[in-house]
Structure formats: C-alpha cells, structure tokens
Design a protein around this ligand. Sequence first.
Ligand code: PMP
Length: 463
Amino acid sequence: MHGTFSENDISHVVEADKAHVWHHLSQHKPYETSDPRIIVEGKGMRVWDQHGREFLDAVSGGVWTVNVGYGRERIANAVRDQLIKLNYFAGSAGSIPGALFSEKLIEKMPGMKRVYYTNSGSEANEKAFKMVRQLAHKKFGGKKYKVLYRERDYHGTTIGALSAGGQDERNAQYGPFAPGFVRVPHCLEYRAFEQDGAPKENYGVWAADQIEKVILAEGPDTVGSICLEPVTAGGGVITPPDGYWERVQEICAKYGVLIHIDEVVCGVGRTGTWFGYQHYGIKPDMVTMAKGVASGYAAIACLVTTEDVFDPFKDNAEDPLNYFRDISTFGGCTAGPAAALENLAIIEEENLLENTTAMGERMMDNLNALMDKHKVIGEVRGKGLFLGAELVADRDTRQPAAEKMVAAVVGDCSAQGVIIGMTNRSIPGKNNTLCFSPALISTKDDIDQITGAVDKALTKVFG
Ligand code: PMP
C-alpha cells in the first residue's frame, strides 16, 4: 500500500467506524463479528483497503463514478486553487468555473442550452420534476404535471425520486409516495416473455407502444414528461431494443410529452459517447447527470435543458412567481465545476471516449467468450464500459440464478483482488446480473484481469 497509516491508527479507524458509522446499503449485524472494508487509497484503476490489500476496481468507486480513475493531481490542484480563490457563493450569483464548465458542457450537447447546478443525481431529477410541474402551471392550467417512469429504472433516493422509482425492493417500506408519477413497462427484450402480449418480432416498437397506452389511459393533457435511463443501470444493465427510441420519440412528440433523460450513470463518457442518449439519436428536452461529471472528486450534478424549456421561465418578468423558485445551498460550491472542467479536459486530452469504446468491445468479446464455457450466463449486454452479464439457472426457462450464488461470484472475484458489482436491490430475488463499469482509462490487461477473475469465480461457484 502507498499509505502512511500505522497498524494502530488503522485499528482505531476501524473501531471508530464500527462504533459510529451507519453505512449505506448495509445490514450491520455482520459487523459485530467482522470488520467493514475501509478503502484507504486509490491510484489509477486500483484501490487499497485497511489491510494494504490491492484491488482492481471494476466498478469505478462502487457505483460507477470515478470515470477518470483515482489520484488525479491536476483535478486536486484545480480544486485547491479555486477553493483558495473563492470556495463558495450562492443565491443568484454565478461563478467563474460555473460559467466555463457550462459552456464546455453545452458544446458536447448539441440542442441543449442551460445548465442548472445541484449536488446529487436524485436532486437533479427532483429539479426536473419540479420544472415539469411549474411548466404545467404556466402553460397548461396546472394540468400537464404527471411524470412517467419505467419499471426497472431508478432515479434517486429522495421521496420524490423514489416516487419515480421502478425498482420495487428499493421502494418497499417507504410509501406513501408523491402523487403524479405513473409507471410504464420496461424494455428488456431478454425478459419480454414475462410480459403479457409481447411479440417475438419488433419488440422494441411494441415496448414503446406500451408507453402510448399509458399516456392515453392517463389523458395526454395530464402527462408532462417521461423520465428514462438511456441504458438502465441498476435495474439490470438494459440496452434499448431496436426501434424503441424512434418510437418513444414519435409518441412523445405526438402528445407533447417532454423527454427527460437520466444520464446520472451513463453521462460523461461511460458508454463511449459523451452521453448515452447520443447513441440513439434522441433529442431530449431535459438531461440530468451526476456521477461522472467530476468523477467523484467533488459532489456536483446538473440538470441541462433546452432553450424551449427555459424560455417560459423568463417571459412575463412582472409576475412575481415566474422564475424557477429553487435553490441548492451547495449548488454555490465552486469546487464542483472546477473539478468538472478538469475532468472533461482529461477525457478529451487522453482520448478516453475512444478508449472506452475499444475497451468496452474487448470486454464484451471476453464476456461473450465466457458464455461458451459457462451455461449460467444467459445474456451479456451493455454499451461502452458499462456492461452486465445476466446469470440464469437454466438458459431455456431463463429462471434467474440464485441471488446468493451471484453474490458468491462477486465475493470470489473480490478474494482474487477484483471488485465487480451486481445489480443491487432492484427486484427481490432477481438481482442476478453481474455488472462491470471500470474507469475509462482501462487497459487491455485490466479488462483481461477482470474477465479472467470472473471466469475463475464462475467455475468455483457454479462448476
Ligand atoms: N439516477 C440513476 C440512473 C442512478 O443510478 C442514481 C444513483 N445510483 C441516481 C439517479 C441517484 O443519484 P444520487 O445517488 O447521486 O442521488
């Protein structure tokens, strides 16, 4: 390990953690007899834990965030310089890095125009939902306020965002939810056989048509927007089937439904384009992003809109309610956009979009090759360096592999020094997809090390 902590220091940290920290997504009983993992240091693609053990991180910081890798001094230096110059000023004032990052970001998003800063993906999505409601009041007598969301998609952890949450296990025990959010079916072709009436041909168009049915049932004059992940992440690494997005766009245009793309995971290079939606020719009205914006070097998220979404908030300046009456205290932190500017520059200068596409293809090839050997892999899917392998007990029935065994594969990879993930807490009993999202700086050797560990783990767990 590169670290400077002594054994004594570390055991104090572990005790303090066990005594006081309430870990995310964790059942704490096991910590009565074992220690939590504490990640002490990171460099490039690798991290070290409290015992000095090295891991190749194939999930970019656990939840697909550290796109440019660990230990980037130029980001740290830019943040340091900015903090010394001006750390914070909020309210209606702007900042130098805020203005410059917005300009750079909009260059990557033709058709988009305005950047609204926030702190997390959930919050960015909440802002988008609020905008839809306010637009409904401005333009449609308060009526066109409903937000459609898909089964299996996830948009955040706050009550509003959970109200748009398509993963039942995450929502269980947190109701009642906010009204005005309406669920539409997913578009996972591999599991289409579980959906009543799904055809064998043209599934993508059929899946999009299910959205139209919901719009008609709710009343098109009540539906303001639809919120969609371009590639569904935690819900099973779902890439859209052919014909899906074209039809979704037609339907939204027909009924005046705004398209809100949740790029919290896919945004800023993860899939090999700046944004996931750019693979599919989508013209969004609103885009939210978070994780990769500053690769976790600072907490920053954004909601980006077209000028058409923005304009109604600036007309009628005499109306005291006619502006977006919203603020995030820490939207005034300058560390976020300062880090984001450097992060973007790194992706450009190191050609990381190209690398992501090339390494994503290599990983996809490696995983597909594993399918010949391991019958437990039912399907491999994904885009760029965001890939998933769905594990099934039986390829014909596609019955999901037992969740405990999928977790055992993740555990065995970790024992081999490679951290991979599984779609977490999406559908009880069906969390059966291994997921991979290594940093965009991955090399061929890194990719081969990850898939090599998966190969060994599958043999060990499933034979
Ligand atoms: N949208 C998607 C697609 C996500 O995966 C997540 C988080 N995993 C969120 C929104 C919420 O982001 P945050 O945790 O930053 O609030």
